[in-house]
Ligand binder design. Structure first.
Ligand SMILES: [Zn+2]
Length: 289
């Protein structure tokens, strides 16, 4: 069974025996709503997409996991930000509740982006309170509701859930030194959103496939893993960022010939996570007998 809210999100349910594994791709949406009314070049806007990340993890339902993807683009509204993470300079009017702008918002990359990247403004106007509230109601609330429900339902059924929040990051390989310079960056907010065994397992699996991996460097995880991760009650949430240079041309947004091999390795990672979860469920079963 699967579920869809047109223009907002889809959920693909397990096609074989269910595992306590939930994946979500909040930034791969590329259906631009008519009421967006941006003023920057469309190509600049597209650089905010984590393009094709939902496809990279597309094997998850066939392996017993739930996969959720956003359809709306991240530049329209970012589900990986909290609802009060808004830049008041962007609002035409008085916001009805207190705002808590994070450092991301201060650099223009909050819940609703002010800039695509430094120097490129998304809008040549302010956004009305009603317009912003409508985006929250139409996109942010259902995305979190569907993800919350999937993780809660799985946790009720198995007593544990491992959630993977899937992203891609612009490549800085040829750019400045001191960037992430890794194929994958894992983020568990410094060990607070999942058990260390989960982060270590994914690190080892990816390194075993020949990739470079860093943990909690630059990309530590933001709102989604913060909301889902409660390791003390067996709710584990890990953010995975993959370097876009491994699968796409960052100028044309087209997949490169290496897409298939990366996708195969990520399918291998999901298979490994299935073995990880199976072994952990067995341990728990033995402990409770
Ligand atoms: Zn992302």
């Amino acid at each position: 069974m699967s579920f869809e809210i047109p223009g907002v999100l889809w959920r693909r349910d397990p096609q074989v025996a269910e595992m306590p594994l939930v994946f979500d791709s909040p930034h791969s949406g590329s259906t631009y709503p008519e009421d967006f009314r941006y003023s920057c070049p469309f190509e600049a806007l597209r650089t905010a997409e984590d393009a094709y990340v939902d496809e990279l993890y597309g094997a998850a339902p066939a392996l017993g996991a739930t996969l959720i993807g956003a359809v709306f683009p991240r530049s329209y509204l970012d589900p990986n930000r909290s609802v009060d993470d808004i830049d008041s300079a962007l609002i035409d009017g008085i916001w009805p509740t207190p705002l808590m702008p994070s450092h991301k918002t201060r650099s223009g990359l909050g819940l609703v982006r002010r800039v695509v990247r430094p120097g490129i403004q998304v809008y040549d106007r302010k956004l009305s309170v009603d317009e912003l509230l409508a985006r929250l109601e139409r996109c942010h609330a259902p995305y979190h509701r569907v993800l919350d429900e999937a993780c809660q339902r799985t946790h009720r059924k198995f007593g544990v859930v491992w959630h993977v929040n899937c992203h891609s990051m612009p490549s800085h390989r040829k750019g400045k030194k001191g960037g992430h310079c890794a194929d994958f960056v894992l983020g568990d907010r410094d060990g607070t959103t999942c058990e260390p065994e989960f982060t270590d397992f994914v690190t080892r699996e990816l390194r075993g496939r020949g990739y470079t991996v860093r943990v909690n460097e630059v990309y530590k995880g933001v709102e989604i893993v913060k909301r889902q991760g409660q390791p003390a009650v067996q709710r584990h949430s890990l953010q995975i960022e993959v370097d876009r240079a491994l699968y796409m041309n960052q100028k044309t947004h087209e997949k490169t010939s290496s897409f298939d091999s990366l996708q195969a390795d990520i399918t291998g990672l999901i298979e490994a996570l299935k073995r990880f979860a199976t072994a952990r469920l067995e341990e728990r079963r033995v402990e409770t007998v």
